[in-house]
Ligand binder design. Structure first.
Ligand code: HEM
Length: 234
């Protein structure tokens, strides 16, 4: 195994994961008050509504795709009768839809941040790092899914990228698997570790504070405040 492969596909992932975990604990203990998306909805809401909705729904779809294609071994869809060809068709069409939604949302959010000075003024240096890492991860992901599969040859990442990714978490890393995929898949995977390493220090921490209880909580009741009943007499 070459030293370069060891560095790229074993050392970097574990360093990034360590920063991710320790960074979140540190941030939570030190800076809980700023554990927020630092919403700018009060400053501009029309573009935000579109950008945020597209970006988040696209992201949820892409996360689902990553779980099915990378976290779950290919043997599982196989057992349900979905062969490589069927899987490929589903992954390219759902992945392309996810990519279009997430990129469209991201472009709207970036445009909004540049266009409205009040929003631009809230942008910090860590935001710029997060936007940079997101840009590389999103663009390379979309080129891999849509560009590579539709315009080049297509690539079965479930033979290489997926088992390598699972191996990291099973503490059985196999860096050789990552020397084979096309460059765009390699850059995509590396950019993801960069994103995980900066995550705890950015507004992305709000992802762990989704108010799940909102889905099941009782409605808020608004009642009309009637004028107090007049009492007779003087
Ligand atoms: C180490 C972690 C990751 C790995 C191994 C990984 C791997 C992949 C692979 C194999 C594809 C599919 C390419 C194809 O269909 O041929 C993909 C697509 C994509 N990835 Fe990732 N990815 C990772 C993390 C991320 C992160 C953190 C983001 C977003 C910030 C992201 C965003 C995307 C997008 C938008 C697509 C295209 C849409 C889709 O197919 O879901 N990925 N990724």
């Amino acid at each position: 195994m070459s030293a370069g492969a060891l560095l790229l596909w074993v050392v970097i992932p574990y360093v990034a994961l360590t920063i991710f975990v320790v960074g979140h604990v540190w941030r939570y203990r030190r800076d809980q008050f700023m554990w927020t998306s630092r919403s700018t909805q009060m400053l501009e809401s029309r573009w935000l509504r579109w950008g945020s909705t597209l970006f988040h729904y696209g992201t949820f779809l892409a996360i689902g795709g990553h779980v099915i294609g990378i976290a779950i071994p290919a043997a599982v869809p196989d057992a349900f009768g979905i062969d490589e060809e069927g899987y490929h068709l589903i992954s390219v069409s759902a992945g392309t839809l996810a990519g279009v939604l997430v990129l469209a949302g991201f472009v709207i959010l970036l445009y909004r941040r540049l266009r409205f000075p009040r929003v631009a003024a809230t942008t910090t240096r860590t935001d710029l790092v997060a936007y940079g890492a997101l840009t590389v991860a999103l663009v390379t992901g979309v080129i891999a899914t849509s560009g590579w599969n539709l315009f080049v040859s297509g690539y079965d990442y479930r033979e290489t990228v997926a088992p390598w990714f699972r191996g990291i978490f099973l503490l059985d890393p196999n860096p050789e698997l990552m020397t084979e995929p096309p460059l765009i898949y390699q850059i995509h995977a590396l950019s993801a570790w960069l994103l995980y390493a900066v995550w705890p220090f950015t507004r992305l921490v709000h992802a762990w504070s989704f108010p799940i209880q909102y889905l099941g909580r009782p409605y808020i009741l608004y009642r009309r405040r009637y004028a107090p009943a007049r009492t007779g007499g003087g």
